[in-house]
Design a protein around this ligand. Structure first.
Ligand code: LAN
Length: 668
């Protein structure tokens, strides 16, 4: 590998150059020690508290045994997540959510805890004080219905027939955000079949425990709209109320023949998703639900067996027990960032082997072909994209494609083999094709539905799940990689840079830049949707604008820095509470290495490396580093759909090194 010959750096303002270098070196050693044999970094991806109970429910329904050791670790995980009042939160750092408390309660019991276990009793007290299982959010009721612990007529209909409508209709399922679509697809199938396991002794016991009156006496249909206030983030709108009313009427009169046709269509889509992802499925929720579709359809089939086997890929034995992760892994995302962070340090050549393996992982996990008949199944083309986890998962994502491409190009600069030209051009044309009309980029697909569809969000506990739309983070990542691509092709290629492609890329960059400028908030920040929260969004906003050519004097960058200045803590760091994502405002908390790293990266990128604020931030990172080169585990740094926090275990190893390296180089 080439040596860049970057000289050792000299941070100014009294922060000792040696201590900065030492922190980077130790951080790099630790980061490198966490790399796995296939070249990837992967980390604990827990946080949401509804996932493990759904897994446990699936195993119970599907009569799959969970090994005693794993069982114990799952119980340990649930025990550690339970709050003092007996409840569970939507995610592990919160509390008081009836939906997850009911599901975790059931999980405790299915995993073997007796009804008089102290943890079970405390959870039950909470459930009874908050309206019993009749008041939990819709996904909880749905899971209970599958377990034969709630009656189907107490659910709002999830109509299979919607999938028979012409795709041109503005509320056709194909217009929904793919995660939402892929959850409601198997739900509609299970709903249409009224799938539920037979009642056994445990069922009868749970029916007694979860309600305050005899199960048979409950009029479930009257509780379709009963919901505990603590579960509501997105209340039922009047539009959704009307839809529920009409689908309820329809459900009473629907034709069997049409239902049958719809169920056949749904099953075809479900099987497509199975094939397209090698049974991994796009995410943990449809992984569980598709598995149950197969189980109810044919319990002994190979599809059922493969489904259950693939579910195990979501399990993670972490510091707090065994959980179900939020994705099959974080491999590509973590690896692309680790490689970029390492390459930014002057010491990267000491870790040539690690970079070589990271390069192999990135190269081997690019998706190389489109799915057969992808249009028919509402899938965007895939060729050339990178997923969040790995190629087997197969769903490329805009910003993962951008970070994968960026990492591949930067690794090439470091002397590793270049990708063949078409494997660079394919992701570039994917990125171009993904850009929305507003100039931004969404997550997996172009925006397909109107934002008004959010008013029909039936899940209660999440915000913003209905349509994929432009996000500043995704936009900045795509912009940044298109800029790198343009430089490389303009500079390096012997044959003249294809003029048409050059124009298209240039136009995409300009439109993306305009989008970023438009969504900067009046206080100078950008709101993040996938990380906590404003320090995350602002880092991406500034990274994107500065890649697009914004000067340090640009008012947008000045305002962004001003925002960060206002929120720096006395110890030099930044810390944001995850509740800020829910409330959509900056909520200060104890300084955190990840928020601090994002803020430091932002300030340095915007030209402030010599400001004492940066020095103080660097000092915070250095003094808080552990002896082994890691940083302490603090609050969760990731989020989705406004309310659910999720753990990015490797962020605290990657971003501080990246920030210190950028600071050290710029302050020299
Ligand atoms: C993810 C994981 C990756 C993440 C990034 C690539 C980091 C982001 O920049 C874009 C959004 C994306 C792809 C993302 C979206 C929401 C996901 C898929 C998750 C946070 C992982 C789990 C979550 C999924 C929705 C969980 C299931 C719950 C539902 C409401 C369907």
């Amino acid at each position: 590998m080439k040596e860049t010959g970057t000289a050792a750096t000299t941070p100014t303002n009294g922060l000792e150059r040696a201590s900065c270098e030492r922190a980077i070196a130790r951080g790099l050693d630790f980061l490198a020690s966490q790399q796995e044999a296939d070249g990837a970094w992967r980390g604990d991806y827990g946080g949401p508290m509804f996932l493990l109970p759904m897994y446990v429910a699936a195993c119970h329904i599907g009569r799959r045994n969970i090994e005693p050791k794993t069982r114990d670790r799952m119980i340990a995980y649930l025990t550690a997540a339970q709050s003092g009042d007996g409840s569970f939160g939507l995610h592990v750092e919160s509390s008081g959510c009836l939906f997850t408390t009911v599901l975790c309660y059931v999980a405790f019991r299915l995993l073997g805890l007796p009804a008089d276990d102290e943890r079970v009793v405390r959870a039950r007290v909470f459930i009874h004080a908050h309206g019993t299982a009749l008041a939990c959010a819709s996904w909880g009721k749905f899971t209970l219905a599958l377990l034969n612990l709630y009656e189907y007529d107490g659910l709002q209909p999830v109509l299979p027939e919607l999938w028979l409508l012409p795709a041109s209709m503005p509320f056709h399922p194909s217009r929904l955000w793919c995660h939402c679509r892929q959850v409601y697809l198997p739900m509609a199938h299970l709903y249409g079949m009224r799938a539920r396991m037979p009642a056994d002794e445990l069922t009868h016991a749970l029916r007694r425990e979860l309600y305050d009156r005899p199960y048979e006496s409950i009029r479930f249909a009257e509780h379709r709209n009963t919901i505990a206030p603590g579960d509501v983030y997105t209340p039922t709108s009047s539009a959704l109320g009307a839809v529920n009313f009409f689908t309820g009427l329809y459900e009473r009169v629907h034709m069997q023949a049409l239902r049958k046709r719809a169920l056949t269509r749904l099953f075809d889509h479900i099987e497509f998703e199975d094939r397209a992802t090698q049974f991994i499925r796009i995410g943990p929720v449809n992984a569980v639900l598709n598995t149950l579709v197969h189980f109810f359809q044919s319990p002994q089939s190979e599809a059922t067996a493969r489904s259950f086997a693939a579910l195990e890929g979501y399990l993670w034995d972490g510091h707090d027990g065994t959980k179900m992760n939020g994705y099959n892994s974080t491999a590509l995302w973590d690896t692309a960032f680790a490689a970029q962070a390492m390459l930014e340090t002057p010491l990267w050549s000491r870790h040539g082997d690690a970079l070589q393996r990271a390069h192999a992982f990135v190269v081997n996990n690019q998706v190389l072909e489109d799915l057969p008949e992808h249009k028919r199944y509402y899938r965007h083309p895939s060729r050339g994209g990178w997923p969040f986890s790995d190629r087997a998962h197969g769903w490329p994502i805009t910003d993962c494609t951008a970070e994968g491409l960026t990492a591949a190009m930067m690794l090439e600069d470091a002397g590793l083999p270049a990708l063949p030209e078409e494997r660079i051009l394919d992701p570039v044309s994917l990125l171009l094709g993904w850009q929305n009309r507003d100039g931004g980029w969404a997550t997996y697909e172009r925006q397909r539905g109107g934002r008004w569809l959010e008013r029909l969000n039936p899940a209660h506990v999440f915000g913003d799940i209905m349509v994929d739309h432009s996000y500043p983070e995704c936009t900045a990542a795509c912009l940044h990689s298109l800029v790198l691509f343009r430089q490389r092709f303009a500079e390096r290629h012997a044959r003249p840079f294809d003029a048409l492609l050059g124009r298209k890329v240039g136009a995409a960059i300009r439109r993306g830049e305009r989008f970023l400028r438009r969504c900067q908030r009046a206080d100078g920040s950008w709101e993040g949707s996938w990380g906590v929260c404003f320090t995350y969004g602002t880092w991406f906003g500034v990274r994107g604008l500065s890649a697009a050519g914004a000067k340090n004097s640009d008012p947008a960058l000045r305002r962004a820095c001003g925002f960060l200045h206002d929120h720096q803590n006395a110890d030099g760091g930044w810390g944001e509470s995850g509740a800020g994502c829910r409330e959509r405002r900056y909520l200060n908390s104890a300084s955190h290495p990840v928020n601090t790293a994002w803020a430091l990266l932002t300030l340095v990128t915007a030209g402030e490396a010599r400001d004492t604020r940066c020095e103080r931030a660097a000092r915070f990172l250095i003094t808080n580093q552990l002896d082994n080169g890691d940083w302490p585990r603090q609050s969760l740094s990731g989020v989705f759909n406004k309310t659910a926090l999720i753990n990015y275990e490797n962020y605290r190893r990657t971003f501080p090194i990246w920030a210190l390296a950028r600071f050290a180089a710029a302050a020299a």
